[in-house]
Design a protein around this ligand. Sequence first.
Ligand code: GRF
Length: 208
Amino acid sequence: MPPQRALERDRPLRLGVMASGEGSNFEALVMACRAGQLPAEVTMLVVNREHCGALARAERLGIPAELIDHRSQPSREALDREIVARFRSASVDLVVMAGWMRIVTEVLLEAYPDRLINIHPSLLPSFRGAKAIEQALEAGVRISGCSAHLVALEVDSGPILVQAAVPVLENDSAQTLAERIHEQEHRILPLAVQLAAQRLGLLPGAAS
Ligand code: GRF
């Protein structure tokens, strides 16, 4: 059943977040909600690795978290079915992949059509995949950045919601460039969630 529209809902927009790593984007979303910058709440975190920073952050922030180890699942589809089941049980309206390092399937896309957002550390469509920052350095680009986009089946593709550019400096390492990009990711991800929700009529405001 599709999520109710904003004016019919008597509760805030509920976000589910998927993370595999540090979880700094997850925390940025939680803080944007708590600061009132994003009229939503992060209802549940799903992680696929027990020892990831995101899980520790969830504990510190008091956000319910579920561990679904991908190695315990027979297929990508089975993993996605588990994720959908957890998010459905938490009445999640919109899902954010914030450093989710697994390839998703139709199972997730069909459960959350136009409601699945990814954050990626490059100016898409350049430098798709898991080594985007290293690829940008190797290519010698002078400007890189990050993209928040709706998820499509092909990895790191789908309609772009918000992008931010950052300069690549002469002596940048993957780490220093990543830090500069992360700052912008934390800024644009809440904006992208708001925009996607407005387009769906899940939040009031200008939809385009
Ligand atoms: C971010 O750079 C994001 O673009 C990419 O994975 C990284 C996750 O960082 N998909 P964090 O776990 O949110 O700190």
